[in-house]
Ligand binder design. Structure first.
Ligand SMILES: [Mn+2]
Length: 323
């Protein structure tokens, strides 16, 4: 099993390096894997053309991706990084990539300290960080000044990213790109200036339908614990925030525990105690929304998968009573 996984990672690494080495473009774009990233990439494509080489990365994989790129000869080609923030030690990878001949431009909207910026600056041609807007807007201002379509794309993405929700299109795009398999599709549409069309509306409607089914399935399996709080314990089938909100409306609870079959859980609470309880179960977070995990074995996993039964619920309810 482990060997198999290792082989898979090794294969992935090999094919990524091969793809970088055999690139037919001199622009590589390394970005995050959400709507903001799709928008940043769409704007790059409006300006540099559709042939640029894009890599969508999770926050966790970022360092690995930069290391892979840095192990290939850059030959003076451009590496654009967007919508990914500073991470401890990333300057080592950036330095190596720069030494390997990559000319690096970095556009971001996460919070950086002066010190972090100073660690990166020696190895990049440009580092632009602006926390007041989405990454797509930072990219737009840097590479697509005066491009009206790019400005519109960036504006709609800011609406989503900054939780303003003044434009109904932004939530649709946000929800559709929350599924990884739709990222390239939305990116391509944005690059052509189509924000929402029939195909996107249809994908959105499908996701909404699936979400409702999952929420109702969770609520059907809810167990209520009436102690200090009115706690609803439910198996989770995705969409933890939305399920908690629906349970609060339909069951009248004030604390919702959503547990996945891996033992990982999301916790929502009206009282500002969520993080305090999660801390007792390998987790933490915010006062009203947190997460953690129970150590489930195969038996607990299968009880949840097959019957929607959540193990550790009693111990959790007891812990909630004590905070
Ligand atoms: Mn972003």
């Amino acid at each position: 099993m482990h060997l198999h996984l290792r082989n898979k990672t090794a294969e992935k690494k090999q094919s990524l390096r091969e793809n970088i080495l055999s690139r037919t473009t001199n622009i590589l774009h390394l970005t995050h894997n959400d709507l903001d990233a799709a928008g940043s990439d769409a704007i790059c494509r409006m300006v540099f053309g559709g042939e640029i080489f894009t890599l969508f990365s999770s926050v966790n994989r970022f360092g690995w991706f930069v290391a892979q790129i840095g192990s290939c000869n850059g030959k003076g080609d451009t590496l654009i990084i967007s919508d990914l923030g500073y991470q401890n030690g990333i300057e080592d990878q950036i330095r190596k990539a720069n030494a390997a001949g990559w000319r690096i431009w970095w556009y971001d909207h996460h919070a950086w300290t002066e010190e972090e910026m100073a660690r990166i600056q020696p190895f990049v041609l440009s580092l632009v960080v602006d926390v007041s807007c989405c990454a797509a807007a930072v990219v737009c201002r840097a590479v697509a000044v005066g491009n009206a379509v790019a400005v519109e794309v960036a504006r709609v993405i800011c609406d989503y990213d900054l939780w303003e929700h003044k434009d109904p299109r932004s939530a649709v795009l946000g929800i559709v790109t929350s599924k990884r398999q739709n990222l390239e599709l939305i990116r391509d549409k944005l690059a052509q200036g189509f924000l929402i069309d029939d195909e996107v509306s249809q994908i959105f409607a499908e996701i909404e339908r699936d979400k409702d089914v999952c929420i109702q399935k969770s609520i059907r399996h809810a167990k209520l614990f009436c102690g200090k709080y009115m706690l609803a314990v439910m198996p989770a089938y995705g969409y933890p925030s939305e399920t908690a909100a629906a349970a609060r409306r339909e069951l009248g609870c004030d604390m919702e525990l959503l547990v996945f079959d891996t033992g990982k859980f999301s916790l929502r609470s009206v009282a500002p105690v969520s993080h305090l309880i999660a801390r007792q179960f390998n987790g933490g977070g915010h006062p009203h929304a947190s997460g953690g995990s129970f150590s489930y074995g195969w038996k607990e996993r299968w009880m949840l998968k097959l019957f929607g039964r959540v193990a550790c619920a009693k111990a959790f309810a007891a812990a909630a009573d004590r905070v």
